[in-house]
Design a protein around this ligand. Structure first.
Ligand code: ADP
Ligand code: ASP
Ligand code: MG
Length: 443
């Protein structure tokens, strides 16, 4: 069994759906995971925000705008009257649901239900299209086999048993279509795996079924050595290791959901990143083996808050770090970077939901300073302690950029620096030239 996932742009237009129908029609048994049509989830987020603020008329207006965008989509996706009519009733069903829920009492439960509509619509439209062109496929409702626990962690064993059962019931089917991103939570409500979560659905399904391979089809020819949205010269990397890919995804390489590598890594299932627009390109394969390069890639994570915590008792205050980390544990806030000195510890967090409470509690035993709008630049590669000269290449490249924190040695795969977000583009381009096109830099 193979698992193929197609992202928002890959299903973003009727012609794109036509070409992925061709791609998946290769005679091999597979589960196809789809995202919402590009832009849909963003609009559903906006609609939910307006509804939470009780701006119901504006929210309904946005629903109508979104529905209008889907009308030509359906018209061009299908070629038969029957297909078009099926497509229209799919739209009717989901857009009526949205309209009917925009009213007094709209809560976070409805918000999650709203966010799920994009994937529900795309998979239904696509499966009907496959039926129209006489391809034999079954639509599997992800809400029946994707579940998260109280900590919002996916329950792989649940997927394993439930999906296993469903597939057995359809032993004559070669192609299964399902929704990425959406799941149920521990209360049984509709929920999701966070933005970009369709990648995670694919790797969870791949792990649950011990698939031969998970393929993530997107709009670029694989994992690039740096963020192609802001860096001038980037190139695709043929191979990366699970560890390297996990670091890059966690530290901002948008091509992968931050935690999607874990399930496939645990079960040693290769993940291949491919381009729907250029399906013959090699793309990137993620396995245990890795790139073998000294420097593999660079990624950046924005929206970081840096917190400097100085002990009021100063030197030899053992137990200080424990107290600091207990506060973060209490508020379920994970820490990304840490640097320490004898008298202070600086750390960074990307989740500022409980920041005020954390700062209040830390202030009872320490002097606290906070910097917002920071960015972590994460350089991933193979940095064994025996290999000299790696860190200096990174820092030489950053010589013009004010650096707030440095983290090196935590893992053999990562050198991270924290900078003010206003220097991000400059820093990414400088590191790119310095470590991948090294002749351009003098140490
Ligand atoms: P999808 O909708 O298919 O999930 P995403 O937009 O989530 O696609 O991810 C693909 C995009 O990620 C690319 O178009 C690219 O702009 C961006 N991206 C950021 N960093 C990288 C990187 N290191 N390599 C490749 N793409 C990256
Ligand atoms: N549609 C969801 C999002 O836009 C999930 C995904 O595309 O992976 O975040
Ligand atoms: Mg994505």
């Amino acid at each position: 069994m193979k698992v193929w996932k197609f992202g928002g742009t890959s299903v973003g237009a009727p012609e794109r759906m036509h070409s992925i129908a061709n791609l998946i029609n290769d005679g091999e048994k597979k589960i196809v995971v789809l995202s919402a049509v590009s832009g849909t989830t963003n609009t559903l987020v906006e609609i939910s925000k307006l509804s939470l603020k009780k701006e119901f008329e504006a929210a309904k207006g946005k629903v109508q705008e979104l529905q209008n965008k889907y009308l030509p989509f359906v018209e061009n996706l299908y070629s038969t009257a029957e297909g078009k009519s099926k497509g229209s009733s799919i739209l009717e069903e989901h857009f009526s649901l949205l309209k009917n829920h925009i009213k007094e009492g709209f809560s976070e439960v409805e918000e999650k239900l709203f966010l799920a509509q994009g994937e529900l619509i795309s998979t239904k439209l696509f499966t009907s299209y496959l039926q129209e062109i006489k391809m034999k496929a079954a639509l599997l409702p992800a809400l029946d086999f994707m579940k998260i626990d109280e900590e919002n962690e996916p329950i792989l064993s649940f997927t394993e048993t439930e999906l296993g059962k469903i597939i057995k019931q359809h032993s004559d089917i070669e192609l299964f279509i399902t929704q990425g991103y959406i799941c149920r939570n521990s209360k049984g409500e509709v929920d999701n795996l966070q933005r970009g979560g369709s990648d995670f659905t694919a790797t969870l399904i791949g792990a649950a079924l011990y698939a031969d391979e998970v393929q993530i089809w997107t709009d670029i020819d694989g994992m690039h050595n740096n963020d192609p949205r802001v860096v001038r010269r980037t190139y695709p990397i043929a191979e990366v290791s699970f560890d390297e890919a996990a670091e890059l995804a966690y530290f901002g390489a948008k091509i992968l959901h931050p935690t999607c590598i874990r399930p496939t890594q645990e079960r040693k299932i290769p993940v291949r990143l491919l381009n729907t627009m250029a399906p013959k390109e090699k793309g990137t394969v993620i396995t245990q083996k890795g790139s073998g390069n000294a420097f593999t890639a660079v990624a950046a994570k924005d929206g970081i808050t840096a917190i400097k915590i100085k002990s009021t008792r100063m030197l030899n205050a053992y137990g200080f770090l424990r107290r600091v980390f207990e506060v973060f544990e209490k508020f379920k806030t994970s820490v990304d970077m840490i640097t320490t000195s004898e008298v202070a510890v600086s750390l960074s967090v990307d989740n500022s939901k409980h920041l005020d409470a954390i700062l209040t509690e830390l202030s009872t035993f320490a002097i606290v300073e906070v910097d917002h709008d920071q960015t972590i630049v994460c350089v991933v590669g193979n940095f064994t302690a025996e290999q000299p000269g790696m860190a200096i290449k990174v820092f030489a490249a950053l010589k013009e950029i004010p650096v707030r924190m440095i983290s090196y040695g935590g893992s053999e795969n990562n050198i991270s620096v924290l900078i003010d977000s206003k220097y991000k583009n400059e820093a990414l381009n400088a590191v790119n030239e310095g470590v991948f096109f090294a002749e351009n830099i003098s140490v």
